[in-house]
Design a protein around this ligand. Structure first.
Ligand code: IMP
Ligand code: MG
Length: 185
């Protein structure tokens, strides 16, 4: 099914392929974080709104006690540096001495994720792990450390499985790329 209301689009990954990727991430996360649980709490930090779907599917696959929290941030603009986040929802769970697992839908430029990683460390997290459902294959001004990557996508605008295109398409069952009408070649 191609969500035609968003214009021409191409399916990059089926829902089954995304689910399989999330399962692989869960195996790796369980292996890394489960041994840490006796020593300190784990807080899964959902980066709203895009990570809702991946977190919803990931959570039942994690086999250790965890706290769930959410953050929602925007950037002021392209020139914004790390700390300058516009907070729409701040975390509720204390993360002092906790292991934080940041979960986001996509690693694009990575500025937001870098800033969130910094924020968690400033708040005293003992360790910060980062998981993204998809990573865009593109150059980045700064290296963004990510521990768990579900799938790699080309440097195109993608939607589905939580990712939106102009506010729509988060419910699309798979990962789709918009086909730019005016693209050449
Ligand atoms: P950045 O990494 O700070 O550049 O911003 C990443 C955020 O932009 C992601 O969390 C998404 O919300 C959004 N984003 C980036 N690329 C895409 C895309 O291809 N589709 C949908 N949202 C995207
Ligand atoms: Mg996002």
């Amino acid at each position: 099914m191609t969500p035609s209301h968003l214009g021409p689009a191409e399916q990059l990954f089926s829902a089954e392929a995304v689910q399989a990727a999330i399962q692989r991430m869960a195996v790796a996360i369980n292996a890394d974080l489960e041994p840490l649980v006796p020593h300190r709490p784990v807080v899964v930090m959902t980066v709203l709104s895009g990570a809702i779907v991946v977190v919803g599917q990931l959570l039942p696959l994690l086999h250790f006690p965890l706290h769930l929290d959410c953050v929602q941030v925007s950037r002021y603009g392209d020139k914004t540096r790390g700390g300058d986040l516009l907070w729409r929802l701040t975390p509720r769970e204390p993360i002092l001495d906790a292991t934080v697992l940041l979960v986001d839908d996509i690693l694009d430029e990575g500025i937001t994720l870098l800033a969130l990683q910094d924020y968690c460390r400033e708040q005293g997290a003992a360790a910060v792990h980062t998981a993204v459902m998809v990573r865009k294959e593109r150059p980045r001004a700064r290296e963004v450390p990510v521990d768990y990557v579900g799938l790699e996508v080309p440097d195109r605008f993608v939607f589905g499985y939580g990712l939106d295109a102009r506010g729509l398409g988060r419910n699309a069952p798979g990962i789709f790329a918009l086909i730019e009408e005016d693209a050449h070649g």
